[in-house]
Write a protein that binds this ligand. Structure first.
Ligand SMILES: [Zn+2]
Ligand SMILES: [Zn+2]
Length: 81
């Protein structure tokens, strides 16, 4: 499952760990929209037409469709390390 970009950003801003923040939000039943989860740089999904293709994982957070092209962003980042 791709991580939520909005929660990552919120965790960084609040100075808490991502896993703590997610647990708190699950308890409070706060659920981010697919657009928020996919991030600011999200691409438009070819299947459902929403801007919900996760910016790193290349997975649509709305319908679950996975783009082969979108996944390359994450791969090239790993290779750069
Ligand atoms: Zn979130
Ligand atoms: Zn989709």
């Amino acid at each position: 499952m791709a991580s939520c970009e909005k929660c990552w950003a919120d965790a960084r801003r609040m100075g808490v760990s991502y896993s703590d923040l997610i647990r708190d939000r699950e308890t409070a039943r706060i659920i981010c929209t697919p657009e928020q989860q996919a991030g600011e740089e999200a691409k438009t999904c070819a299947m459902c037409g929403r801007k919900t293709m996760h910016q790193y994982c290349g997975v649509c957070m709305a319908c679950g469709w996975k783009s082969e092209i979108g996944g390359h962003a994450a791969l090239s980042e790993l290779e750069g390390e």
